[in-house]
Ligand binder design. Structure first.
Ligand code: ZN
Length: 172
């Protein structure tokens, strides 16, 4: 089932070394998503990798930091730029458990990241495919390579569980 999903959604077919590495890094992003959930944040996690080396892993921090821009992607990009000492992150791959929103997709372009790999689509606010196609624009002469659907079921389940629990609390 999982490999079928991967086959349908990812640009490569079957299980290649790249897809195994993608799953490995996405698991790190999932750990950050669960940690975010544990402190009352929306469970989205991001892992940034450069030359197959981990640069940073971050979760959503909007409530914790009282900052509407503290989405996992933004927090991770800031941290990666600081660590690498460069505001251009040209060789960097970004793993996000959920399709980025418009703000985060814009930031990924500003950072000139090499690849974006995400788990589940965000039908409500996703800005890669679902609502907008921000990463397709080439006004900065920069194209981001996109892979979708890596560990999609796990990434989606985490979000569904979070929103069901929250709705349950409000309704009951
Ligand atoms: Zn965002």
């Amino acid at each position: 089932m999982a490999s079928l999903t991967l086959f349908q959604r990812a640009p490569y077919s079957g299980r290649s070394l790249e897809s195994e590495l993608d799953e490995q890094w996405m698991r790190q992003a999932l750990v950050a998503a669960r940690e975010a959930q544990a402190i009352g944040e929306v469970p989205i996690g991001v892992c940034i990798v450069s030359d197959n080396q981990l640069v940073t892993v971050c979760g959503n921090r909007t409530r914790t930091d009282c900052d509407p821009t503290a989405h996992a992607e933004i927090v991770a990009l800031r941290e990666a730029a600081r660590k690498l000492g460069n505001y251009r992150l040209t060789g960097v791959d970004v793993y996000s458990t959920i399709e980025p929103c418009a703000m985060c997709a814009g930031a990924l372009i500003q950072a000139r990241v090499r690849r974006l790999i995400y788990g589940a689509p965000d039908e409500r606010a996703g800005a890669v495919i679902s609502r907008f196609r921000i990463c397709d624009t080439d006004f900065l002469n920069h194209r981001i390579e996109i892979s979708a659907g890596v560990l999609e079921a796990e990434c989606r389940a985490l979000m569904q569980e979070f929103f069901q629990t929250r709705r349950g609390r409000i309704v009951d």
